[in-house]
Design a protein around this ligand. Structure first.
Ligand SMILES: NC(=O)c1ccc[n+]([C@@H]2O[C@H](COP(=O)([O-])OP(=O)(O)OC[C@H]3O[C@@H](n4cnc5c(N)ncnc54)[C@H](O)[C@@H]3O)[C@@H](O)[C@H]2O)c1
Length: 304
C-alpha cells in the first residue's frame, strides 16, 4: 500500500454506518484499553475479527477485559505508558501473539484528567511548591513513547507485502477549546494535535497513516460526577463511547484517511455522532498556508 504525501483534501464524508471487512486478523494495540473508552475500542475491534493487545496499568480491569473478549481474541499486558520497558514488552507481545505476527493498528489512548497542580492558587507569601506534572507527562510523554514504538515496529515489518499500518492518537475537544483551570490537560490535548500534524508530513514516506480522534464529554470514570451532573442539569448532551469506537473503526479500515482529526460529538449536535473537525488546515489564501510552505521546505532539510 502506498500512502500519498499528505495534502489537505478537505473534510472526509462520515458514512451513515460502517461494516469493515478488512480488520479480521489484524493486530491492534490499545493503550489504556482495559476500561473506559479504550475498552469500548477493544470490543469494537474484536467484534470485527481483530486481535487486540490491551496495554493498561490496571491488572484487574485487564484480566476482566480478556475474560470477556476471549483469550484467543485479546491479551493484556500490565503496562504503564510511562514505563518504556513495559511498553516495549507490550508491543513485542502484540506482534508475537497475533495471528499474522503483525502490528497493524496502534491506538494511543491512555490519558488522565484531574486536579491540576500548575493552576492551584496557593499563598503567594509562602515558598513556591514544585508542582506535580503527571497529567502532561502521561498524556504527552506516554503518548510520545507509544508513537516512537509504533514508528519502530511499523518499520520493522516487511515492506515487500504492502499492507496498511495505522496510528490513531487520542486527543479531546479540549485540544480545540479553552479549558480554564486544567492547564496540563488543555496543553496535552493541544499537544496531541501537534504530534499528528508533524507526523502526517512524514509518515507517508514509510507507508503508514496517522490520524486523531477528539471526543466531547463521554460518560466514563474519567469524568467527574460534578461535571456529569452539571451537563445533565443543563440538558447538554454527551458524546457516546460507541460513536468514539466507530470513529476508530472508520479510520482503521479506510486506507484513504490520513492526517485528519475526527471529533466525537453528541448526537443532538450531529446525528452520526462523528464529524471531521477540519480545524488543522487553513482555507486557501490564508497567510498560514504561505508560512506552512516555507516551514515544510526548511523542515525538509532537517528530516532528510
Ligand atoms: N471520557 C471523556 O469524556 C473523554 C473526552 C475526550 C477525551 N478523552 C480521552 O480518552 C482517553 C481515555 O479516557 P477514558 O474516559 O476512557 O478514561 P478512563 O479513566 O475511563 O480510562 C482510562 C484507562 O487508562 C488506564 N491508564 C491510566 N493511566 C495509565 C498509564 N499510565 N498507562 C497505561 N494505562 C493507563 C486506566 O487504567 C484506564 O483503564 C484519555 O486520553 C482521555 O483524555 C476522554
Amino acid at each position: 500500500m502506498s500512502v500519498p504525501e499528505y495534502q489537505d483534501t478537505g473534510p472526509i464524508t462520515i458514512p451513515e454506518s460502517i461494516a469493515p471487512t478488512n480488520l479480521a486478523g489484524k493486530s491492534v494495540i490499545i493503550t489504556g484499553g482495559a476500561s473506559g473508552l479504550g475498552r469500548a475500542y477493544a470490543q469494537a475491534f474484536v467484534d470485527h475479527g481483530a486481535f487486540v493487545t490491551i496495554a493498561d496499568l490496571n491488572p484487574g480491569f485487564g484480566a476482566k477485559a480478556v475474560e470477556e473478549l476471549g483469550a484467543k481474541n485479546a491479551q493484556f499486558l500490565q503496562t504503564d505508558v510511562l514505563n518504556w520497558d513495559q511498553l516495549v514488552q507490550a508491543f513485542e507481545a502484540a506482534i508475537k501473539n497475533s495471528p499474522r505476527q503483525s502490528l497493524d493498528v496502534v491506538i494511543a489512548n491512555a490519558g488522565i484528567v484531574g486536579h491540576d497542580d500548575i493552576f492551584t492558587l496557593e499563598d503567594p507569601q509562602a515558598p513556591p511548591r514544585k508542582p506535580n506534572t503527571k497529567i502532561v507527562e502521561l498524556n504527552l510523554t506516554g503518548l510520545l513513547y507509544t508513537v516512537k514504538l509504533a514508528f519502530h515496529y511499523f518499520r520493522r515489518q516487511p515492506a515487500a507485502a504492502p499492507y496498511d499500518r495505522c496510528l490513531i492518537l487520542k486527543s479531546s475537544l479540549a485540544g480545540y477549546v479553552d479549558l480554564p483551570g486544567s492547564i496540563q490537560y488543555n496543553a496535552s490535548k493541544f499537544g496531541v494535535r501537534g504530534v499528528m500534524r508533524s507526523l502526517r508530513r512524514t509518515a507517508w514516506r514509510e507507508g503508514w497513516r496517522v490520524n486523531l480522534v477528539a471526543p466531547w464529554y463521554i460518560r466514563t470514570a474519567a469524568l467527574s460526577q460534578a461535571v456529569q451532573d452539571y451537563l445533565d442539569g443543563k440538558g447538554i448532551g454527551f458524546a457516546l463511547a460507541e460513536d468514539s469506537a466507530r470513529a476508530m473503526l472508520l479510520i482503521a479500515s479506510d486506507e484513504k484517511i490520513n492526517g485528519r482529526a475526527l471529533g466525537v460529538v453528541s448526537r443532538q449536535q450531529n446525528k452520526l455522532g462523528v464529524i471531521d473537525l477540519d480545524l488543522d488546515d487553513y482555507p486557501a489564501g490564508n497567510m498560514y498556508n504561505d508560512w506552512q510552505k516555507i516551514v515544510l521546505d526548511t523542515a525538509g532539510i532537517l528530516v532528510e
